[in-house]
Design a protein around this ligand. Structure first.
Ligand SMILES: Cc1cc2nc3c(=O)[nH]c(=O)nc-3n(C[C@H](O)[C@H](O)[C@H](O)COP(=O)(O)O)c2cc1C
Length: 350
């Protein structure tokens, strides 16, 4: 039987109404002081659910007070933040849509002005290249993490995941992509540690490995998605030198933990991998038999073909879900899909 993008999909005891996922997208709409979300955010996600998204993955939600990299980022480490997310999950669940919380720590992609006077933290004292979003100052040199601090962060991931389940989320996505903290451990350019968290690729993957081990204690393994990417926001020139080796090593860690969902992101950098003509989800398909989410500048027609040809199981759309809250209804009815415009593009249009 050939599947369509509108066919339902099961991951263990989790059933999605269709194969269409809203990709995680930071919006900066949370209260900057408290990290709580309000009814407008519940309404924003609720709209995408009402019009039929199968699964929503939230914007990155930070797991402790040193985890954020700009203003207006929500958290899920205090009791009040956790309660504030209940509004969102309740709204979304009215429409049978499932929702995962994306758990985030930006590591060195930050600045003390964002972190109330604290320096950003990272595996090693190597600064990221680029500027802090909205603050428009260069990323600050990070403080390398001690062993005790690393284990505290791993605990913080477990607590944040527990809070997410208490707030009514159906699962969590661990953000190990785009050059943020977990990815900073994985990359040999940002991690020059000489202990059990640095050196070999296996050691550099240990932080992710231990986080998954802890998160699995509080979230069923079929409800944990892992997001990885080849390219990085902390170093725009960096790409995986050996994508095949990297994908293979990552899938070994995930398989060891019997994780069921992987979400390889190609962000906005275009499809093909260095030294490889495939895009990232195609490379993962070679090594990964469980649920695979394809994403990144995919048009609805391409998405339908990817599902039909079984290159991936789910298709995530990001920007099109911003410009079309009713994206799924429009796709079903074959109606016009509105393009996404950045703020600058909108200014030029008016
Ligand atoms: C405004 C915006 C914010 C984003 N924030 C996040 C984020 O918080 N976490 C994440 O993993 N990816 C984030 N992304 C990447 C998207 O999840 C997605 O991978 C990317 O937009 C490519 O998909 P698209 O071409 O369908 O938009 C963001 C993208 C956009 C446009």
């Amino acid at each position: 039987m050939t599947c369509s993008i509108f066919s339902d999909y099961k991951i263990g005891n989790l059933t999605l109404d269709n194969r269409i996922v809203m990709a995680p997208m930071t919006r900066g709409f949370a209260d900057n002081e408290t990290g709580e979300v309000n009814h407008l955010i519940a309404d924003y996600y609720g709209k995408r659910a009402r019009y039929g998204a199968g699964l929503i993955i939230t914007e990155g939600i930070v797991i402790n007070e040193l985890a954020k990299g700009t203003y207006g980022i929500p958290g899920i480490f205090t009791h009040r933040q956790t309660l504030s997310w209940e509004k969102v999950t309740r709204e979304v669940h009215q429409y049978k849509t499932k929702i995962f919380a994306q758990l985030w720590h930006v590591g060195r992609v930050s600045h003390q002005e964002i972190l109330k006077g604290h320096a950003p933290v990272a595996p090693s004292a190597i600064g990221a290249s680029g500027q802090v979003h909205r603050l428009r100052k260069p990323f600050q040199a990070p403080k390398p993490l001690s062993h005790a601090e690393i284990y505290q962060i791993i605990d913080d991931y477990r607590q944040a995941a527990r809070n997410a389940m208490e707030a009514g989320f159906d699962g969590v996505e661990i953000h190990a992509a785009h050059g943020y903290l977990i990815d900073q451990f994985i990359s040999e350019k940002s991690n020059i540690r000489q202990d059990m968290f640095g050196g070999s690729l296996q050691n550099r993957l240990r932080f992710l490995d231990l986080i998954i081990k802890e998160v699995k204690k509080v979230v069923p393994k079929n409800r944990i998605s892992i997001r990885v990417s080849e390219k990085k926001d902390d170093d725009r020139d960096y790409v995986w030198e050996q994508p095949v080796e990297m994908v293979h090593a990552i899938t070994e860690v995930l398989s060891k933990h019997r994780i069921k969902i992987v979400h390889p992101s190609v962000e906005n950098y275009g499809g093909a991998l260095k030294n490889d003509h495939r895009s990232l989800h195609e490379l993962f398909r070679k090594y990964w038999r469980e649920t695979l989410i394809a994403v990144g500048n995919i048009t609805p027609n391409e998405g339908a073909d990817i599902i039909k040809e079984n290159q991936a199981d789910l298709i995530a759309f990001g920007k099109l879900f911003i410009s079309n809250p009713d994206l799924v209804v429009r796709l079903k009815a074959n109606q016009e899909i509105f393009p996404y415009h950045t703020k600058e593009q909108l200014k030029n249009l008016s």
